[in-house]
Design a protein around this ligand. Structure first.
Ligand SMILES: [Zn+2]
Length: 356
């Protein structure tokens, strides 16, 4: 999800024992009961990062998440009152995956500035960085974790945020501060009683964070299709991808979708997941300065449709994260794609019971 290599190496500490991890997950409040009057679309106004001009310093459209919802609400696809607001992932929740030392490193504004690639953040007092940068991310992490529970209950869920696929337990980078995908899966293992998860990562960048975290875990199958000529060039993490499709800069829509068809076929034949996590970055769009691929807006909608069909045909719960996407047009394209999924009845935005 980012331009240059940037990460904070952390000493590898002994991992928390399974029992400690399990107890943290079981006592977490992030999995709460969502009334049927809500649709499984997760978002909070606090996802959006906009202060002191940070949104102008970074190519990231930091109000993307809110704009996606605004489009959907305005066009009558989504009812504002039916959106699910997640809780913030608190320290005990984050410790399920991250170490104390990694979380402590975020108390340095300099360290955070390196991860989010906004140098002026280094000069801000840390309380401000916590409030304006890290709190929004922790809300999005809460959303990614809750999305698995909702997907299991409803068949699908969309977190209109999250997808921080460059962050692993001990290392942030590429705008990714917390390992929401790893956290989401660890929670699902314990709380949803499942043991086979497939990650379909179609962001333009390689998802090196969770790849490192699940390097020796056969319960997680990774399909990663990315531009191999851009960040992060993580050759170690590549070894842990079950099925990788390496694209080159300039790949166009037709070839992209053909490669996707083939990749989904391989995944279908090799793994039988109980949950699919779809990392749906839109930095594959033609014109994106970081992704450097040439996929049309219609191509993105077709891509999303293919992944939803893949899961829904076999009744596999699917959750989607919006991940990278760096142009002002990304929000429009994502909203159009969600509208298309709704029209094709791959997702149902109507309430299950008629109580407003
Ligand atoms: Zn990306």
């Amino acid at each position: 999800m980012a331009t240059a290599s940037s990460s904070i190496p952390q000493p590898r500490l002994p991992a928390a024992t399974e029992t400690v991890r399990r107890n943290r997950i079981l006592s977490s409040k992030l999995y709460f009961d969502v009334p049927l009057a809500k649709v499984p679309v997760i978002y909070s106004p606090s996802y959006d990062i906009a202060f002191l001009g940070i949104e102008k310093l970074h190519p990231f459209d930091s109000s993307k998440w809110g704009r996606i919802c605004q489009f959907l609400i305005k066009e009558g696809v989504l009812d504002k009152n039916r959106i699910v607001e997640p809780l913030e992932a608190l320290k005990d929740d984050l410790l399920v995956v991250h170490s104390e030392s990694y979380l402590a490193s975020l108390k340095s504004s300099l360290n955070v500035s390196i991860i989010v690639e906004v140098p002026p953040v280094a000069f801000l007092p840390n309380w401000l960085v916590q409030k304006k940068v890290l709190y929004p991310f922790r809300k999005q992490v809460g959303g990614s974790i809750l999305a698995a529970k909702l997907a299991k209950e409803r068949g699908w869920a969309i977190n209109v945020g999250g997808g921080f696929h460059h962050c692993s337990a001990e290392k942030g980078g590429g705008f990714c501060v917390y390992a929401d995908i790893t956290l989401c899966i660890q929670y699902a293992f314990v709380r949803l009683n499942i043991s086979r998860v497939m990650i379909i990562d179609l962001d333009a960048h390689q998802g090196n964070g969770y790849e490192i975290d699940f390097s020796n875990d056969s319960r997680v199958y990774v399909l990663d299709m990315y531009n191999s000529q851009i960040y992060p060039f993580d050759y170690e993490a590549k070894r842990y991808i079950d099925h990788k499709v390496e694209l080159v800069s300039g790949t166009k829509t037709k070839e992209y979708l053909e490669e996707l068809d083939k990749a989904l076929e391989v995944a279908r034949n090799n793994f039988d997941p109980q949950l699919v996590i779809y990392n749906a970055g839109t930095d594959i769009l033609d014109g994106d300065p970081l992704g450097r691929l040439k996929i049309s807006p219609e191509g993105v909608a077709i891509r999303d449709e293919k992944v939803f069909r893949f899961a829904r045909e076999k009744d596999i719960p699917l959750l989607m994260l919006t991940s990278g996407g760096y142009m002002k047009t990304s929000a429009r394209v994502i909203a159009d794609s969600i509208t298309n999924l709704s029209k094709k009845r791959l997702i149902d935005m109507e309430v299950l019971q008629s109580r407003k």
